[in-house]
Design a protein around this ligand. Structure first.
Ligand code: ADP
Ligand code: MG
Length: 394
């Protein structure tokens, strides 16, 4: 990692402004899933223990920018954070001109999106954020793909800027998997649509030893291979892209295999009658909703000896029991693989959770959109700003 790490800096007595991702679900004034709060609390605790005067900022929901909105207030998050840290966490409503925090103490800034200019990375706002700290710590991987004042602009003007523990862990795991992978490297890209993941498929086709496609994405590849997909979700506009990617994989000595057998139904419903067909015999009035038993068995063989496994996207409609077995088998196979495995994506993580393999996957990436952009090989503005900060100094 080219950026400085928070753990390398002297923080005692310094005003340390940490950007976390505390965008959590809230109902009736209570945080209903505190995973992100717990993760951030460990970073915050580290800075407090080092004697820093800690200011934490995050966005929450999508309030109208530039206006205070009590429904998007950080107050419920501050309460939960305080319970976890075991101390009072005050919320500063007017923080942009600075807040007095005692050494070893913490204050949570009110929602960054209440500040006009946040989402357009306004320079003036970025400079004001930078002026209230001695050290800016970017720790929110899930927002690093957005160039906004609190994720990017502030790092340009802060006296010192570095990566926090969560961001550091995320970048190290991702680069271990993608920049210096143990071979063979296998990626699984599933989910609903090729259109949302063209760049990911493109980048991975050229990087991995084996790419496995699944879900609605596989349907488009099945169509590209010349088979009928019946009523399945697939994208006619991307059949050509799928064909080209299959050709490119073949040209470098590999292949993008399509499922050998599939689970189909007449309708997408939890009580629909599920049937198994070979991939070349999908009835015209049925849709492909999962991979079949032969394909599931193949996953196991392919993944067992992998050096690196990267997984994004379920291979079936795993939310419904009749179509969950493919994704379950994949989750189990990845969990059993001896290689370094990484999984990311909103629905993928729901599947990881549902099938109870969280502890058997080497690294769970928390940033949905940022994870996909990393897989695409794109530069993340929130990370680039930290790397450049260092360059400007040395
Ligand atoms: P992620 O959020 O992990 O990146 P996606 O959002 O791309 O994943 O895709 C997840 C969705 O894809 C799930 O809701 C799942 O039901 C759906 N899906 C998987 N396979 C199929 C299929 N064969 N037909 C239709 N939808 C599918
Ligand atoms: Mg999704």
């Amino acid at each position: 990692m080219k950026a400085k790490r928070m753990s390398d800096l002297q923080l005692a007595g310094k005003r340390v402004l940490i950007r976390e991702d505390l965008n959590v679900p809230i109902r009736d004034g209570q945080v209903t899933d505190d995973t992100r709060v717990r993760a951030a609390a460990a970073s915050i605790r580290q800075a407090m223990d080092a004697g820093a005067r800690v200011l934490v900022m995050s966005h929450l929901g999508r309030p109208k920018e530039g206006e205070y909105d009590p429904d998007a207030s950080m107050a419920p998050v501050a309460r939960r954070l305080g319970e976890i840290l075991g101390c009072e966490v005050p919320v500063a409503r007017d923080w942009i001109d600075g807040v007095d925090v005692p050494e070893g103490g913490v204050v949570l800034c009110e929602n960054v999106r209440f500040q006009p200019g946040e989402t357009r990375d306004d320079e003036d706002l970025s400079r004001r954020m930078a002026a209230i700290c001695d050290v800016f710590v970017m720790d929110a991987f899930g927002t690093a793909h957005r160039a906004q004042a609190s994720t990017h602009g502030v790092a340009r003007f802060a006296p010192e800027a570095c990566a926090g523990p969560l961001l550091t862990a995320e970048l190290e795991a991702l680069s271990k998997a993608l920049d210096e992978p143990s071979r063979p490297m296998i990626a699984i890209v599933g989910g609903s649509k090729v259109s949302g993941k063209v760049q990911v498929l493109e980048a991975l086709t050229h990087k991995v030893d084996q790419l496995i496609v699944g879900g609605g994405i596989a349907n488009t590849f099945i169509a590209a291979a010349g088979y009928s997909v019946g009523k399945s979700l697939y994208e006619a506009d991307f059949v050509e892209t799928a064909r080209r990617l299959m050709d490119e994989a073949r040209a470098k000595g590999g292949e993008i295999p399509i499922p050998e057998d599939v689970v189909t139904a007449r309708e997408l419903a939890a009580d629909a009658e599920a049937r198994v067909h070979p991939v070349n015999a999908v009835p015209e009035d049925e849709m492909i909703l999962d991979v079949g038993p032969q394909t599931r068995a193949r996953y196991d063989g392919m993944l067992r000896n992998a050096g690196t496994v990267v997984w994004n996207g379920p291979v079936g409609v795993f939310e419904m029991a009749p179509f969950a077995e493919g994704t379950r088998a994949l989750a189990d196979a990845i969990g059993a693989s001896a290689g370094f495995s990484i999984a990311g994506g909103g629905d993928t993580l729901a599947a990881v959770e549902q099938f109870g393999v969280t502890d058997r996957i080497s690294y769970i990436s928390t940033g949905g959109g940022a994870f996909l952009e990393f897989l695409e090989g794109r530069e993340l503005p929130g990370v680039a700003a930290l790397e450049r900060h260092k360059a400007a100094e040395s």
